[in-house]
Design a binder for this molecule. Structure first.
Ligand SMILES: Nc1nc2c(ncn2[C@@H]2O[C@H](COP(=O)(O)OP(=O)(O)O)[C@@H](O)[C@H]2O)c(=O)[nH]1
Ligand SMILES: [Mg+2]
Length: 194
């Protein structure tokens, strides 16, 4: 993606509220605090388009960003945050479930994991469920800058092996801090938008 023009459309807590203008969508999912908003901002080359916050569990809505007037990026609510109540978790699950099962415009789900921890149970649960629904899923391991070169190589190898058996695309490796993997991630996203 050579030139990116992006604008925040809105935050929606109900499926009925999402934009009526139908364009292809790429959704971003991950545990709270994994670096989802930073990854989206990094891709778009803008600092504050997707809200980044060090307070986990803050984003509980579907955040729509219009990119190049051609497609939407959808920042999904983060999951797996321990302090969130059972009721809140249930609400999240239902919102995501409706969004993902009933959306002919959704082209790709980018599943973001922390390169230092690998996929956690909640990540694997999401990935398996997406596979079950036949959704294209691209796994991206972020915060790559947090590892030293040697650790990074080992983590990449181990993660690739862990995910080998799953019907996913990737894994790709990314850092919002250094910009590592940005080009490759764009290339992959573009393939699903064509
Ligand atoms: N070093 C480093 N920190 C990151 C990276 N991505 C996110 N962070 C930090 O991790 C925290 C959570 O990031 P955020 O994007 O808000 O996570 P979200 O809850 O998944 O949207 C923030 O303090 C970010 O600055 C990264 O690639 N490298
Ligand atoms: Mg966020």
């Amino acid at each position: 993606m050579k030139r990116v023009q992006a604008q925040f459309v809105g935050s929606f807590s109900k499926i009925e509220q999402i934009p009526k203008r139908r364009l292809p969508e790429v959704a971003f999912a991950g545990r709270s605090n994994v670096g989802k908003s930073s990854l989206i901002n990094g891709l778009l080359g803008q600092k504050h388009l997707a809200k980044t916050s060090s307070t986990p569990g803050k984003t509980r809505q579907l955040n729509y960003i219009l990119v190049n007037d051609r497609f939407y990026f959808v920042d999904l609510p983060g999951y797996g945050y321990a302090k969130v109540s059972q009721a809140e978790r249930e609400r999240w699950r239902r919102l995501i479930e409706r969004y993902i099962t009933d959306n002919p415009y959704l082209r790709l789900v980018v599943s973001i994991i922390d390169i230092r921890h690998g996929p956690m149970d909640s990540d694997l649960e999401l990935i398996r469920w997406l596979a079950h629904l036949g959704r294209d899923t691209l796994v991206v391991a972020t915060k790559a800058d947090k590892l030293k070169r040697q650790q990074l190589v080992l983590a990449q190898r181990s993660l690739t092996r862990t995910l080998e058996q799953l019907p996913i695309h990737g894994p790709l490796f990314f850092s919002a801090k250094t910009g590592m993997g940005k080009r490759e991630l764009w290339q992959n996203i573009e393939l699903f938008l064509e």
